[in-house]
Design a protein around this ligand. Structure first.
Ligand SMILES: [Mn+2]
Length: 195
């Protein structure tokens, strides 16, 4: 049985057929990994660059967050840039790590508080750069929200993010958020519950 539950809401910018955001997640015996990328611009070309990094993550999911970001950066040389966040839960050490380069939002939610992560500035485009990885202990029950910049601050203040059911979080978001999206929008709700 999976230790982590995931639900995803995704919608293209109003008037576009294709959403430029790409994501991937998987759970193995020892860890859970989730990545979200937002290609620069929107539509088909944005999708192309965000899909490049997601494919690298699929093939290298067992590496550390630092190594995965480094590999993605190398492959983007000469391509359009992308913003990217990689999140990992390590069940064996009871910790999670997150690195976000550019404006992919990440929020942790426990029973009494929500906390937003400050991402690294800029984006990945092939050149060498510094980036920080945050490592924190896991609590027994936690929600994690990963989202692209189509999600607004006002929407993130809603109380349904405390819900224990990830499907209900994305459904509430779909019902209560703006229907006309000004940007490609992806919201990933993740729940860890160590019963
Ligand atoms: Mn965007």
């Amino acid at each position: 049985m999976n230790k982590v539950k995931v639900a995803v809401y995704q919608k293209a910018k109003d008037g576009n057929a294709e959403c430029g955001d790409s994501y991937y997640y998987c759970e193995t015996e020892n860890e859970f990994v989730c990545a979200l990328a937002d290609g620069l611009g929107s539509g088909v070309y944005a999708k192309e660059s965000s899909q490049i990094v997601i494919n690298i993550i699929k093939e290298n999911a067992a590496y550390t967050v630092e190594e995965i970001v480094r590999k993605c950066n190398e492959k983007l040389l000469g391509k359009r840039g992308t913003v990217l966040a990689i999140f990992k839960i390590d069940f064996t050490t009871g910790s999670y790590s997150i690195s976000s380069i550019g404006n992919i939002g990440f929020m942790t939610i426990t029973s009494d508080k929500r906390q937003r992560n400050i991402p690294n500035a800029g984006y990945l485009a092939g050149y060498k750069r510094e980036f920080k990885v945050i490592r924190e202990p896991l609590e027994n029950e936690m929600n994690f929200i990963m989202h692209t910049d189509g999600v607004t601050n006002k929407e993130l203040a809603e109380n349904y993010f405390f819900d224990k059911d990830v499907e209900r979080i994305t459904k509430s978001y779909a019902l209560r958020s703006e229907h006309l999206r000004k940007d490609d929008t992806t919201l990933i709700a993740i729940r860890y519950d160590n019963q």
